[in-house]
Design a binder for this molecule. Structure first.
Ligand code: MG
Length: 415
């Protein structure tokens, strides 16, 4: 709260900026204040439903927050959170996250400090990244992983094509699905057993060719029935993964206790989580090793720093979701947490192309397998609105929605 005598600082406007410099729909929130030139930026990117988030920001949060003191981050978070009465979903959480992250940016600018200083200061100089290596067969994955290792990366996520099918994280090995007549626009054919046979062979090859020094990761992306995911995690144990990511869907959360009793393969979970009821039990019961939420999907920096502190007490490390559908502003927020949290585990890498770096001046830099901050106040990143306007959302018949992934009989599977 402003002390007496000073002109009170107020939020004057909250608005959304839509841009797609790399073709991925990004939503940025700008919180403007009564102090000329003082504003904050936040990430509110829910790339499959961006226009719904824009509506939540501009039609609901803007009128709700005008006139508030931007210093009151926690009170603004708590009051906006319950202002819809029904809460906790990804649309409202992203809208709230955009505001929340922007308020931390403003507070840092007012303090003349980077946000990581407000969070307790640096535990490390930069955040170790994992790169994405994929290929049509194990040899091609090996070559791509080797290229990253030669650049200084010590952590590589490896995904391989499943012959005859599409799969997550790798291009198909052969051009055509065996059952194209079942598929509609953009749809993919996928079978869990074929996938579960291929993945252990990939890691057998990688360990025998790359050795034990490199940390290897793999993302199941929730597609597998729970009992097959448990079997896969057990089979992969001998290859000493750094982690196996999202082996179960959030709907199958209760299987984590069974998985834990069966295997010591480290488990990373959570990019689809949106509320405490989903992640608190897994952490409290020590059923996962890395928390992998997308911080805007759980409500932003305020919620993520509480979650990180909670995880520290249970030996769970952070691995914030960081693909291309986190904007550079969101990556900057991830990085400030990575630097300030003792229980940092790893950060997922997105290579920021030239267009992104132009639209977002101050974008964190990647060097030698690490993500480096700048020491600018706040998040240290901005959005060039004129440049951002040059990259409108792409026209697409599904408007950002994901087409279904189907089994051979046409059944939809979780993506
Ligand atoms: Mg993932």
């Amino acid at each position: 709260m402003s002390s007496e005598g000073e002109p009170p600082l107020r939020i004057t406007r909250v608005r959304a900026i839509c841009t797609a410099p790399e073709g991925i729909r990004l939503v940025i929130v700008k919180v403007e204040t009564s102090e000329p030139g003082l504003y904050g930026v936040g990430c509110a990117t829910f790339t499959q439903r961006p226009l719904a988030v824009v509506t939540a920001i501009e039609e609901y949060l803007d009128p709700f927050l005008r006139g508030r003191d931007p210093d009151d981050i926690e009170d603004i978070y708590q009051s906006a959170y319950v202002s819809s009465y029904w809460r906790n979903g990804p649309v409202l959480n992203n809208a709230l996250a955009g505001v929340d992250i922007a308020l931390w940016d403003i507070k840092g600018k007012r303090a003349g400090m980077p946000v990581y200083q407000l969070l307790g200061g640096k535990c490390r100089q930069a955040a170790a990244l994992y790169a994405h290596a994929s290929g049509r067969d194990p040899r091609e994955v090996e070559e791509n992983a080797r290229a990253y290792i030669e650049q200084g990366y010590r952590y590589v996520r490896c995904q391989v094509a499943v012959p005859g099918y599409s799969t997550y994280g790798a291009q198909p090995a052969s051009g055509r699905s065996p059952w194209p007549q079942l598929l509609g626009l953009g749809e993919e054919a996928w079978e869990p057993s074929a996938y579960c046979r291929v993945v252990p062979r990939l890691f057998e090859h990688l360990r025998s060719t790359l050795g034990e020094d490199v940390e290897l990761l793999h993302d199941v992306h929730e597609r597998v029935p729970a009992i097959q995911a448990i079997g896969l995690a057990k089979e992969l144990e001998r290859y000493h993964l750094f982690f196996l990511e999202d082996p179960l869907s959030p709907e199958d959360n209760d299987y984590f206790g069974i998985m834990r009793q069966q295997t010591s393969t480290p488990i990373a979970m959570g990019e689809l989580f949106v509320n405490q009821a989903q992640y608190v039990p897994l952490i409290r019961d020590r059923l996962i090793d890395f928390i992998r939420v997308h911080i805007t999907d759980i409500g932003g920096l305020s919620m993520a720093r509480k979650l990180a502190a909670f995880c520290e007490f249970f030996g769970v490390r952070t691995a914030w979701h960081g693909p291309g559908d986190v904007s550079p502003v969101g990556h900057a927020a991830n990085l400030h947490l990575d630097l300030a949290c003792h229980n940092f585990g790893i950060q997922e890498q997105h290579v920021f192309g030239e267009r992104l770096r132009e639209v977002f001046p101050g974008c964190p830099e990647i060097r030698d397998g690490y993500l480096w901050p700048n020491d600018g106040p706040g998040l240290g990143i901005d959005v060039d609105e004129k440049l951002a306007a040059r990259y409108p959302f792409p026209e697409h018949p599904l408007n950002g929605s994901w087409p279904p992934v189907r089994r051979l009989d046409g059944t939809v599977v979780r993506p």
